[in-house]
Design a protein. Structure first.
Length: 204
C-alpha cells in the first residue's frame, strides 16, 4: 500500500493530492467504519465507537451526541433529527458508600430497530429498546421501551398513536426503505390540516 511518505515524492501535484485524499479517506474509514455505510452529520459526537453497531443507511443529524459506553445497536435505515442524545450508562446512586453516587457507571445498553424515526432534540436514556418502525416525536425524553410501529411523544414519552403495521410490513418486505438508489430530492407536500395562504407545493 502507498504510504504518505511515498505520496509526497510524486512530482505531479494533482496526482499527489488525489492519492493523498484517497489514502486519508481509506485510513479514516478503517478507523471509523461507522462513517462508511451511514450518514453522520456535522458536529456529531460518537463516543466509544467500538461499542456501536449501525445497520447501514443510518442518518444522524447535525449535533447528535451518542454515548455508547454501555453498548448501542441501531438498525438499518433509522433516522435521527438534529441534536439527539443517546445515553447508555447511568451513575451508580444505589450504593452505600457515597452520595449522590460513587465512581462507577452502570452499563445500560440501548437497542433501536430498523426504519425508526427519532425526532430532533430527542433524548433516549439507557436500558431502552425501540422496536422496528417506531416514531419518536421531536423533543421527547424516552424513558421506557417503545413497541413496534408505535408513535411516542412527550417528557416522559408516551404512546400517542400507531403506524399502520400492515402497510409498514408491506413496504419493508418489498425493500422500499428510504432512501433508495437515485432517490429524488426532497419535495414539499401538504396534508389536509394546515393553513397555508401563500405557500405552493413543490413537484415530486
Amino acid at each position: 500500500m502507498i504510504n504518505k511518505k511515498l505520496i509526497k515524492l510524486i512530482p505531479i501535484k494533482k496526482l499527489r493530492h488525489r492519492l493523498r485524499d484517497k489514502y486519508t479517506q481509506a485510513e479514516f474509514y478503517k478507523k471509523h467504519p461507522i462513517y462508511r455505510d451511514n450518514f453522520i452529520g456535522a458536529d456529531v459526537i460518537l463516543s466509544h465507537e467500538e461499542n456501536m453497531d449501525f445497520g447501514g443507511k443510518v442518518f444522524v443529524g447535525d449535533g447528535g451526541r451518542f454515548y455508547a459506553e454501555g453498548g448501542l445497536k441501531i438498525g438499518a435505515y433509522t433516522k435521527f433529527g438534529q441534536q439527539c442524545i443517546i445515553m447508555t450508562t447511568e451513575h451508580n446512586y444505589k450504593c452505600d458508600t457515597r452520595v449522590p453516587y460513587d465512581h462507577r457507571d452502570v452499563a445500560r445498553p440501548v437497542e433501536i430497530g430498523k426504519n425508526c424515526w427519532i425526532g430532533l432534540r430527542s433524548i433516549i436514556l439507557g436500558g431502552i429498546k425501540i422496536e422496528d418502525g417506531a416514531i419518536v416525536g421531536a423533543g421527547s425524553v424516552v424513558t421506557k421501551s417503545v413497541p413496534k410501529c408505535a408513535i411516542v411523544a412527550g417528557n416522559p414519552a408516551r404512546i400517542v398513536g400507531w403506524r399502520d403495521k400492515a402497510e409498514y410490513e408491506r413496504l419493508e418486505k418489498a425493500g422500499l426503505n428510504f432512501p433508495q438508489e437515485k432517490e429524488p430530492a426532497y419535495s414539499l407536500i401538504f396534508d389536509d390540516s394546515g393553513f397555508r395562504p401563500f405557500m405552493k407545493e413543490t413537484k415530486k
